[in-house]
Design a binder for this molecule. Structure first.
Ligand SMILES: Cc1cc2nc3c(=O)[nH]c(=O)nc-3n(C[C@H](O)[C@H](O)[C@H](O)COP(=O)(O)OP(=O)(O)OC[C@H]3O[C@@H](n4cnc5c(N)ncnc54)[C@H](O)[C@@H]3O)c2cc1C
Length: 333
């Protein structure tokens, strides 16, 4: 069998789609499998559906907030996204706050966003891939290794590119593959709950984003209207990982605490007209390996994602998946 069979790419987030693009460009047969209904993974955007309201239809980034660019190869790709209008420069200055309120402004690298939400970037990336090679709504439950191929839920593949968070990969990779599990156990991951709040028009102070320090409830507040490039009064606040971990079975339960923390920082007294919560059990690795990816040639298992390439960020996920795709294409040919 071996290389007659396609390569399975598990995960249709930034790393999996970057990997699949490389396989596609090198004419390597592949199939992308994702448990979600749509591509994007943690670059998740959701359209608010509240008919009759002014904010009906607003697209909100409920996963990653923005991305930064350092790597020259990633910069080339991002420039193409900007040229086609998919991505846009957002800002290089965010406010800083403590529980007492906003304490200053900090300039840093340019942060990029997307007019139609960050997920639209992954959709754009996936456009060159034949749609029949992307299999949504399919949760992989078992990956095991035979003598000359890999078995994904009973189906043979020549190799597998595992492009999902390490704790999720551990759930489906055969426990007998001890060296793979050793790698997947190296890094801890933390939770985040993203609370979206829609306020009355023209009530928000002027800000793009706020890093919240030394706060037991919040770590970050984004002005999602500014991020989109419009003035919609939509805010996304990220709940501190330690608190988020306590609400994973009831994410909406943390909304009152999140709002009690959010209002004084923004200098508001009126509660939002609408709110919701999104849970990320494995939001981010707490550290990342400097290596770009791993490929166990004996077992034909590749690992990529934002716990590689110096992560934990969008750029690292792209770099990791892209480079694993390049490696697998060479291995195949
Ligand atoms: C709340 C939050 C805020 C963030 N903020 C930022 C930020 O501001 N800047 C930044 O650069 N990065 C940020 N990140 C991190 C960024 O989102 C990630 O680094 C990047 O999106 C990771 O891409 P990935 O492809 O490695 O993983 P993912 O996007 O997680 O993709 C993995 C995919 O695998 C699928 N999957 C998982 N298990 C299975 C299974 N068993 N079977 C089939 N499919 C499966 C999932 O559905 C998912 O689509 C943030 C993340 C979160 C959650």
């Amino acid at each position: 069998m071996t290389n007659q069979l396609p390569i399975a790419v598990i995960g249709a987030g930034m790393s999996g789609i970057a990997c699949a693009r490389m396989l596609h460009q090198h004419n390597v047969p592949f199939r992308v499998i994702d448990r979600g209904r749509v591509v994007g993974g943690r670059m998740a955007s959701r359209r608010i559906r509240e008919s009759g309201t002014a904010f009906d239809g607003h697209i909100t980034d409920i996963g990653a907030s923005y991305f930064t660019v350092q790597d020259p190869d990633f910069a080339t790709v991002v420039n193409l996204w900007i040229d086609t209008g998919v991505a846009r420069e957002w800002t290089d200055a965010f406010h800083v706050a403590t529980p007492a309120g906003i304490s200053g402004i900090r300039t840093g690298p340019m942060r990029y966003s997307a007019t139609n939400g960050l997920r639209s970037i992954i959709e754009h990336q996936a456009e060159i891939l034949p749609t029949e090679l992307i299999q949504p709504s399919t949760q992989v439950a078992a990956v095991s290794v035979q003598e000359d191929h890999v078995v994904v839920d009973g189906e043979p593949f020549s190799a597998v590119a595992v492009c999902v968070p390490d704790p999720q990969a551990k759930q489906f990779i055969d426990a007998a593959l001890a060296s793979t599990h050793e790698i997947l156990n190296q890094i801890d991951w933390e939770a985040v709950i993203a609370v979206t709040a829609v306020f009355e028009p023209d009530t928000l102070p002027k800000f793009d984003g706020i890093f919240v320090n030394e706060h037991p409830v919040l770590t970050w507040i984004a002005n999602d209207g500014h991020r989109r490039g419009n003035e919609d009064p939509v805010v996304v606040a990220h709940v501190h990982p330690e608190l988020a971990a306590q609400y994973l079975t009831d994410p909406a339960g943390v909304i009152p605490q999140a709002l009690d923390a959010l209002l004084p920082i923004l200098g508001l007294t009126e509660h939002p007209q609408w709110s919701s919560a999104m849970r990320w059990t494995f939001a981010k690795p707490t550290s990342a390996r400097p290596e770009l990816y791993s490929f166990d040639e004996g077992n034909r298992i590749g690992l990529a994602g934002d716990s590689w390439a110096g992560g934990p960020k969008v750029e690292a996920a792209w770099k990791s998946g892209h480079e694993l795709g390049v490696h697998l294409a060479q291995w195949w040919n």
